[in-house]
Design a protein around this ligand. Structure first.
Ligand code: CTP
Length: 524
């Protein structure tokens, strides 16, 4: 039962009706006058009408150009940077020689269509699909094409993966592209043996290959081979959705089959400034209400095979979102859809978590502008840290976070209580600094984000001031002053550092005076 019915009005023209039926693959169009249902037009009505007209006269006079034949947008490929065009032309030629069709598919076509036509489009992630002319290409076609391309570009790395072989060519540190991925697959269909399973695949046609994809705007293909190279295949209304800025799934089970698509829908909607089309949003809510995530998590705990792969895909989507400039809006949208339950059934974005993440982000941008640690990873840890302490390690493990992240999340509660309890007991900066020193930058950032103001202040002071203060005398200088290296050395240096933090020692003469008073040399 669809709620986003395609409807027409009494004055809708025949070509428009045909266009709607073809684009949205609907067989019946209710006719509305205002809010009132006044009739219905079926496919048979259209056929009868078309049959009565002379086909050629009809086509010439009425048929919308994009329906007469699929659009040939020769200039679409022209929008790509010339070097990229050259690679695609060579790949297309190689495919033609073997009697195959080659298509540019997925995000690259979408981005080409959305691109500003005045500038060349730089795409660093290209997806190609090989298909046969009259019947599906052999499973190994994509790999064969990749091998043949690699023989022409010997410096390029070739990876072949998967049971259903796909090949990836990588131009790494290339003087022209810097880095370019070209994935080549053979047209295939995917089956999901049960909800949220890993898809099983088999060779198929380009139409089926596109139908297995997530959204209409990602299910467009641009033919690169002759004849009709430059033809745009749009079986599911992708161009209309690009024009009306809608994220629309191809079928209502899409999110049940692959829950990470919920994150993708939100990512594309926020990134492109599109709306999630109402029926698609309803499908997302339905998938979440059906408890799909709990099933995934239970499967994970039960050790079923597919869950780790699903969690890896989820982590990769979270990474995409959390490292994008629009992460706050995306997270809010995910929370509105209750999709954070995918990470853990109790996770939601309340005001305090939203505040903590914004604060974490501000601190990271200020204190680690060069991203010595990946900021998305700490934001993800910040999200997980909002869970009950007992649940944090499980989620970190499910998402296969690094062992450092896992350890931080496991130790967070104890370290935080230790600091909140002991920091107020310290009188001097050196005592506070010593208390904070054992913990790494990332741990302190997580604790700061979650802690009350006084603790945050001390951590900020430690990170910006105290940890930056260098001892007034180095170990080497200590030796030159006659102190013998040994276990006491570290203690002398630590004491000097503490005295500097507390303002007792500000320069070299004061440091020497401090040493003479507290560590007089026996032999002198
Ligand atoms: N795809 C899908 N379902 C997924 C992931 C990917 O159907 N869960 C399909 C889509 O057709 C998508 C293509 O695989 O366009 C390539 O995926 P990806 O590279 O992740 O996305 P892009 O669309 O290329 O977008 P981006 O610009 O973010 O890389």
């Amino acid at each position: 039962m669809a709620t986003n019915l395609r409807t027409i009005a009494p004055h809708t023209s025949l070509p428009e009706i045909e266009s709607l039926m073809v684009t949205y693959d609907v067989g019946r169009l209710p006719v509305l006058e205002g809010d009132r249902l006044v009739g219905i037009v079926t496919r048979t009505d259209v056929l009868r009408q078309v049959g009565q007209q002379s086909a050629s006269a009809y086509r010439e006079s009425h048929h919308p150009a994009h329906l007469t034949r699929p659009p040939i947008l020769g200039n679409l490929v022209e929008r790509l940077a010339p070097q990229l065009r050259e690679i695609l032309a060579i790949a297309a030629h190689q495919a033609e020689e073997r009697g195959w069709h080659l298509y540019l598919v997925g995000g690259a076509v979408r981005d080409l269509l959305l691109a500003d036509t005045d500038e060349w489009v730089i795409i660093t992630d290209i997806d190609l699909v090989v298909d046969g002319y009259h019947r599906s290409a052999d499973v190994g076609a994509g790999v064969e094409l990749a091998r043949s391309l690699q023989s022409l570009y010997p410096k390029v790395r070739l990876d072949i993966h998967g049971k259903f072989q796909t090949a990836a060519l990588l131009w790494h540190k290339d003087p022209i592209f810097d880095s370019l991925w070209v994935d080549i697959a053979t047209a295939r269909t995917e089956f999901y043996p049960y909800p949220a399973a890993n898809p099983e695949v088999e060779a198929s046609s380009i139409h089926q290959d596109l139908y297995r994809r997530d959204f209409t705007i990602n299910a467009l293909a641009l033919r690169l081979t002759q004849p009709r190279s430059g033809e745009l295949l749009d079986f599911f209304g992708g161009i209309l959705d690009l024009q009306s800025q809608q994220i629309r799934v191809l079928h209502t089970h899409s999110f049940v089959e692959d829950p990470t698509r919920i994150y993708r829908a939100v990512r594309f909607a926020v990134r492109l400034g599109f709306e999630i089309e109402p029926q698609t949003e309803a499908s997302i809510r339905h998938a979440i209400a059906s408890g799909i995530y709990e099933q995934v998590q239970n499967r994970q705990t039960a050790g079923r095979v597919s869950a780790p792969a699903l969690q890896t895909r989820l982590k990769s989507e979270l990474k995409h979102i959390l490292q994008a400039p629009y992460w706050k809006a995306a997270l809010q949208k995910l929370a509105d859809l209750e999709a954070l339950r995918c990470i853990h059934s109790t996770l939601s974005l309340d005001d305090s978590l939203a505040w903590q993440l914004r604060s974490l982000d501000r601190w990271l941008r200020c204190l680690d502008p060069r991203q010595t640690i990946p900021h998305w990873q700490l934001l993800l840890e910040g999200l997980i840290a909002h869970l009950q302490p007992g649940d944090r390690a499980t989620v970190a493990q499910n998402l296969q976070l690094s062992s450092e992240s896992h350890d931080r999340l496991t130790q967070l509660e104890a370290v935080q209580s230790h600091l909140i309890e002991n920091l107020p007991r310290c009188d001097r900066p050196s005592q506070r600094a010593k208390l904070l020193k054992p913990y790494d930058f990332a741990m302190l950032m997580l604790i700061a984000a979650q802690s009350p103001r006084p603790t945050r202040r001390q951590i900020w002071r430690y990170l910006t001031v105290w940890s930056q203060i260098k001892p007034t005398i180095t170990g080497r200088e200590l030796q030159q002053l006659g102190y013998k290296p040994g276990p006491k050395f570290r203690q002398i240096l630590d004491d000097l550092w503490a005295a500097t933090l507390d303002g007792q020692v500000n320069d070299r003469p004061q440091a020497e005076a401090y040493l003479a008073e507290h560590y007089p040399q026996q032999n002198d």
